[in-house]
Design a protein around this ligand. Sequence first.
Ligand SMILES: *[C@@H]1O[C@H](CO)[C@@H](O)[C@H](O)[C@H]1NC(C)=O
Ligand SMILES: *[C@@H]1O[C@H](CO)[C@@H](O)[C@H](O)[C@H]1NC(C)=O
Ligand SMILES: *[C@@H]1O[C@H](CO)[C@@H](O)[C@H](O)[C@H]1NC(C)=O
Ligand SMILES: *[C@@H]1O[C@H](CO)[C@@H](O)[C@H](O)[C@H]1NC(C)=O
Ligand SMILES: CC(=O)N[C@H]1CO[C@H](CO)[C@@H](O)[C@@H]1O
Length: 384
Amino acid sequence: MKPFAIALHLIISTVVLAKKNLIIDTDLFSDVDDAGALLIATTSPNVNLLAVSINYPSSYSALAASAILAHYGKAHVPIGIPRPLTNTTFFDSWSFTLGEYTSKVAYHFSGGSLPWGRAEDAWDPVALYRKVLAEADDGSVTIVSIGFLDNLSVLLNSTADAHSPLPGRTLLARKLSELVIMGGSFPFTNSTGNSSTGSWNFAGSDPALAAHVVNDLTDRSSWPPRVRVVYVGDDVGARVLTGGPLISAAAAAPGSQLKDEDRDPVGMAYAWYGYYTPRPSWDPLAVVYAIHGLEGPEESGESGLFEFGNHCGYNRVDRRDGTNRWVWDEGVRNQFFLRLKVADERAAEVVDDLFMKGTFGTVGREGKQRQETGRCNLCGHEEL
Ligand SMILES: *[C@@H]1O[C@H](CO)[C@@H](O)[C@H](O)[C@H]1NC(C)=O
Ligand SMILES: *[C@@H]1O[C@H](CO)[C@@H](O)[C@H](O)[C@H]1NC(C)=O
Ligand SMILES: *[C@@H]1O[C@H](CO)[C@@H](O)[C@H](O)[C@H]1NC(C)=O
Ligand SMILES: *[C@@H]1O[C@H](CO)[C@@H](O)[C@H](O)[C@H]1NC(C)=O
Ligand SMILES: CC(=O)N[C@H]1CO[C@H](CO)[C@@H](O)[C@@H]1O
């Protein structure tokens, strides 16, 4: 090979090597940042998305995930959801300001492996996990949990099936490279008075199952130290408000010049859910870390986007209420909690940039609508 060809080959192999096998476990339902996280994961050139596991049983969650995956050209990525399915839609009984988006995305952007009305065709989440893990190379999979831990608890307890003879926990420990868990407060839940409330992802469904998964990870006889566990606490994304540029560009209000086919499902989701207002970035930042590590994407700058808040120890969740606290054990060196290393505004720019590039700037995207119409009024990028 000529030097140039060798250099090119090296670059290409590095890019191929850098692709991360990712599984996303999401409660795509009660907040819209899960949709933003899916946008980043489906449009990142660094990701090989193996599966999307949904941990909330609304049929609209599965259909919306399918619509989003298909829109960004990832219709082939399998989707799992627990049964029995309901047709529940989100209702904001906390502040009466938030809107519902999954049924609307599912209906208006219907597509992919689970088009409108076909939610029952989705995988059982645990069967899907077991299949995808069994097929992956050892130590090659990153799971990013951006919702409840229920399905992971069922997976841990699962036994041999057609996909693998291994118990769930052994299968996971063998295949995982990194487990990224969005949820918790670090180093501990601030319980003042009698109102100790755990983080949403730990307490919002079944705190005992969140405790089962998190506390199991400290069992060193089952979890090899090479499996890294990283917690993205509530503080990391809480004040990183994103989605604004995406809403303006791809989800302009009715009556604007924007053509229907140029609307973006995730932009519309942000518009519907937050009423045209940006949202915190808990889940997008968890996915950004899972893909890019501490440095973040190249947009983050020299110093990197995140840092670890600890050098040792592990997390402990209370099974009664989902509260958590860090145990500073010098003997445990594979578990970390994340802190933002840059200002909230800077982190927001990085996330918004990924949203915009994902929606408008992906080279070779198979997104069906734009491919058919061959145009994109709002794109500032020549590759489209
Ligand atoms: C949900 O809605 C679909 C479509 O209208 C219907 O076929 C299905 O039976 C409903 N499921 C439940 C649990 O109500
Ligand atoms: C899995 O097993 C543990 C006990 O080993 C139990 O506490 C937990 O509830 C089980 N998970 C599910 C989803 O049943
Ligand atoms: C815990 O919360 C209380 C009330 O919001 C606050 O005054 C206190 O500073 C907090 N403590 C810590 C350690 O964050
Ligand atoms: C906590 O609960 C106890 C007993 O239920 C009650 O007497 C006390 O007033 C409560 N404290 C606060 C700060 O709510
Ligand atoms: C929150 C939730 O829906 N958890 C489910 C995870 O998956 C198992 C079965 O695969 C269900 O029984 C749980 O309800």
